[in-house]
Design a binder for this molecule. Structure first.
Ligand SMILES: *[C@@H]1O[C@H](CO)[C@@H](O)[C@H](O)[C@H]1NC(C)=O
Ligand SMILES: *[C@@H]1O[C@H](CO)[C@@H](O)[C@H](O)[C@H]1NC(C)=O
Ligand SMILES: *[C@@H]1O[C@H](CO)[C@@H](O)[C@H](O)[C@H]1NC(C)=O
Ligand SMILES: *[C@@H]1O[C@H](CO)[C@@H](O)[C@H](O)[C@H]1NC(C)=O
Ligand SMILES: *[C@@H]1O[C@H](CO)[C@@H](O)[C@H](O)[C@H]1NC(C)=O
Ligand SMILES: *[C@@H]1O[C@H](CO)[C@@H](O)[C@H](O)[C@H]1NC(C)=O
Ligand SMILES: *[C@@H]1O[C@H](CO)[C@@H](O)[C@H](O)[C@H]1NC(C)=O
Ligand SMILES: *[C@@H]1O[C@H](CO)[C@@H](O)[C@H](O)[C@H]1NC(C)=O
Ligand SMILES: *[C@@H]1O[C@H](CO)[C@@H](O)[C@H](O)[C@H]1NC(C)=O
Ligand SMILES: *[C@@H]1O[C@H](CO)[C@@H](O)[C@H](O)[C@H]1NC(C)=O
Length: 415
């Protein structure tokens, strides 16, 4: 059966909501609904004796009060967020009072001009009374507009929720350690994003992850061979509705160019860096270009050795057994340790009458992550006392425990 044609008569009924469904599970760093603080306007106000269908009704937090335009050509609704936001997602609630008022084919745009902003999504099939969420992947703008192209259309919106953070907050530096920062490699071969990712994972750690301005500068220096554009390790995660680093780093440092990402040619799901400006653009993952890999400076050795043998191995083949001197290095160690085949993984930690354990003497600046009961002062006279060698747990909280040298474990070298 075809739904009844829209009539003005029918819009007399209040919109009502029968339920809420999230069609896309949008995760990540969503903060509050920033639409609530905006000011809304629309192409025309539909008015009737009982209700006021003004534009503000779509951002009042009440899903049973709705905005509606009159029937007209290309009706639109718009909210001014007053500041520039990076929008992660937009949720739209359709009317659900049995009145057919299709908002299918309505387009959602985000940007800084009143007209002609980049498109986040087209509403294709939103059920009556339902809320649907559209990921917008950090599109930037002060204005969010919704319009239905065509003649004799009215635009009715019961709630528009906009989730995002202020533009300025996305460029913040993530912390890194001076001793173990990312080491970048420029690969001058034309590959798709996925091919590039495989190459980096084979030869290095992963496609480049960038934590801060310093990383950015070092990366640009290694690529100093006249490339135009090159892949970095950022890609859309459609399940989570957000950009995700290839190595699962959670850092939200970004260097988007103006009006980027814009999904200009559709399917722009990967990120390139431009040589001239060093700004980032979204781009079709199947395009081929050079790329940046990074190298973590830590390596997990999946061999079972005693602590002393492990240390010799690291010193011969790499630098040393890893010293965990900060939270950041601890996080890298955790990422490596998770892949170990033994329940503990050796670290460069040894209790001796010369060193004791790090932090035992109570230096407050000293980083440690001992499991309860471990890392305490021991009788230094007994060289064979159990638990004189430090390892990190593969599972759970990844704390440090003291174990005897005779344990045969995987280990992590600094390289
Ligand atoms: C809206 O504005 C109020 C008052 O300025 C502020 O406290 C609140 O955090 C704002 N809400 C959002 C989601 O930005
Ligand atoms: C919009 O309509 C609501 C009631 O539906 C009313 O409370 C509000 O004052 C109106 N806002 C404007 C700007 O007219
Ligand atoms: C939501 O809007 C409806 C329709 O305007 C109104 O009847 C209801 O009281 C409102 N709910 C709240 C909590 O304001
Ligand atoms: C629209 O959504 C409904 C309910 O979610 C579904 O039954 C229907 O097949 C969908 N139609 C199209 C054209 O996708
Ligand atoms: C977004 O924030 C960045 C970092 O603060 C700033 O450089 C850029 O100019 C901002 N963009 C706009 C359009 O305001
Ligand atoms: C990030 O670090 C760079 C260099 O260390 C500094 O110039 C810049 O102001 C920092 N940006 C933020 C948002 O803290
Ligand atoms: C990669 O492609 C560009 C443009 O198609 C070409 O100019 C360049 O020589 C190619 N580079 C390599 C290493 O094949
Ligand atoms: C990133 O965040 C998720 C969820 O907050 C967490 O489970 C994951 O361990 C984090 N990844 C890293 C590398 O810190
Ligand atoms: C190391 O030991 C673990 C279990 O203790 C075992 O599963 C793994 O196969 C061993 N690895 C090697 C390379 O022998
Ligand atoms: C060290 O920590 C582990 C794991 O929590 C615990 O099983 C063990 O008993 C601790 N060692 C001592 C000496 O308390």
């Amino acid at each position: 059966m075809d739904p009844p044609a829209p009539t003005l008569q029918k819009s007399l009924y209040l919109c009502s909501v029968v339920g809420v469904v999230l069609l896309v599970q949008v995760g990540g760093d969503l903060t509050g609904n920033v639409a609530r603080n905006g000011t809304a306007t629309q192409s025309s106000d539909y008015l009737d004796a009982n209700n006021n269908w003004n534009a503000s009704n779509a951002i009042d937090g009440n899903k049973t009060s709705c905005s509606s335009t009159k029937k007209e050509t290309n009706p639109w609704w718009r909210v001014d967020l007053l500041k520039k936001y990076r929008v992660s997602s937009i949720s739209i609630t359709n009317r659900g009072d049995g009145t057919f008022s299709s908002i299918d084919a309505a387009e959602i745009h985000i940007g800084n001009s009143l007209l002609n902003n980049p498109k986040c999504a087209i509403i294709s099939n939103i059920t009556e009374g339902m809320t649907q969420t559209f990921p917008c992947y950090e599109m930037q703008g002060q204005y969010v507009s919704i319009h239905i192209p065509g003649e004799h259309k009215s635009l009715c919106l019961c709630e528009v929720e906009i989730y995002g953070i202020l533009n300025d907050s996305l460029t913040g530096n993530c912390s890194s350690t001076s001793s173990l920062s990312h080491e970048y490699h420029f690969v001058d071969q034309n590959k798709t994003w996925t091919e590039a990712q495989s190459y980096c994972r084979q030869k290095y750690t992963d496609l480049a992850t960038i934590d801060n301005t310093e990383d950015m500068n070092r990366l640009m220096e290694t690529g100093n061979s006249g490339f135009k554009t090159a892949w970095i390790g950022l890609k859309k995660d459609k399940m989570q509705g957000k950009w995700q680093w290839s190595d699962l780093n959670n850092c939200s440092f970004r260097k988007w160019d103006v009006e980027q990402p814009d999904n200009d040619y559709e399917n722009e799901e990967c990120v390139e860096i431009r040589m001239k400006t060093s700004f980032w653009h979204d781009r079709n993952c199947n395009d081929k270009m050079p790329f940046f890999c990074h190298h973590d400076q830590l390596i997990l050795i999946d061999e079972n050795k005693t602590w002393w043998d492990a240390r010799s191995y690291c010193r011969q083949n790499h630098k040393d057994l890893v010293s965990v001197t900060s939270e950041k290095v601890q996080r890298w160690v955790e990422a490596k340790a998770k892949k170990a085949s033994t329940p503990h993984v050796w670290l460069g930690l040894r209790y001796s009458s010369f060193y004791t354990w790090p932090c035992v003497r109570g230096d407050p600046t000293c980083y440690h992550n001992w499991a309860p009961g471990n890392g305490t002062f021991m009788d230094t006279c007994d060289e064979n006392a159990v638990g004189r060698f430090g390892a990190v747990q593969r599972d759970g909280p990844h704390q440090w425990v003291g174990l005897p040298d005779t344990e045969q474990l995987n280990f992590i070298c600094s390289v």
